[in-house]
Design a protein around this ligand. Sequence first.
Ligand code: NAD
Length: 336
Amino acid sequence: MRDIKTCVIGLGSMGRNHARVLGDLQTAAFVGVADPAANVRAAYRPLQGVKVYAEYREMLERERPEAAIVAVPSELHCEIVADLAAAGVHVLVEKPMSKRLDEADRMIEVTRAAGVKFMVGHIERFNPAVQEIKQRVASKEIGEVFQLHARRLSPFPPRVTDVGVILDLATHDIDVMHFITGSTVVRTYAETARRAHATCEDTLNGLLRFSNGVVGVLDISWLSPQKLRQLSVLGPGGMYVCDYLTQDVHFYKNGRINDSWEPATHFSGAIEGDVLKTYIPKREPLRVELEAFLACILDDTPPPVSGEEGRTALRVALELGRSGVEHSVLEPPQAR
Ligand SMILES: NC(=O)c1ccc[n+]([C@@H]2O[C@H](COP(=O)([O-])OP(=O)(O)OC[C@H]3O[C@@H](n4cnc5c(N)ncnc54)[C@H](O)[C@@H]3O)[C@@H](O)[C@H]2O)c1
């Protein structure tokens, strides 16, 4: 197995995490990082062999990396991805892949034309708890899913100034819902509000209708004193509840009606059954994501989260934002 010469562009809060994990991966030869902010570079302690650059173009010229991780603010993704594609470099770009669909299209187009891998960093797919739920839903253990319900609540993050809570947080759950249902959103409705953020929405209550009939409920907010990251998946056989942070999955089984006790026979539909907690070996999702990115280069297989899938999450996020502003139900014809 060979090492892939890899670099990181952008050394902010996410880029530093990429750099930390990358330095520990066997399939990566971590060669360089780039960030124009002098204070950011000064605070970074590079691993041995990692060169620090102010200008990513200079890094590309000198280090000739095979792969790059783009962790700069989302409005800068498109230009940098285009430069990387022109240099024949495989790309993992952070989510949201952009703030605009035309830029998402351009990134998909230029990376395809250059023949490089293009992956979008929808990290929650690589959360072992989400992988477990995906497998169990596919096995039909709970039958055909009715509803997915995501709650992603946090205290207000003053450092996020360029996007609202929909692009920053809801895109995680929109992507997970597509991943689990394997279906497309055909109808969108949102109530949004801005109470603390200077320019963008900081609360979303959203409803998604998927083409296979599943309903997605999104309760996403930066106005909560509690940090919560939870997904529940409901079907006729019961409900999974996943905690993205602890990576715990509970299975609430739909029980059987006890007809020896008369009042219980008045219940119809779901009744309380066993609750099972599944043991899942915990792994850092970012590490699993980066391993998957490098593996798709080594094995020459499609990236596990394609540019098109990143675009789908962005499209739905933008529709939620629009619905929240227009107070309208959106049914884009191209989604059907
Ligand atoms: N996957 C996740 O869970 C997750 C979490 C946080 C952020 N993100 C995403 O990661 C990206 C970065 O977010 P962040 O929170 O790290 O932002 P940040 O503001 O903390 O860091 C961005 C860094 O990019 C640098 N930068 C700006 N222009 C550059 C250029 N031309 N070349 C190189 N570096 C440049 C800035 O100096 C800064 O250090 C965003 O797309 C964000 O949505 C993803």
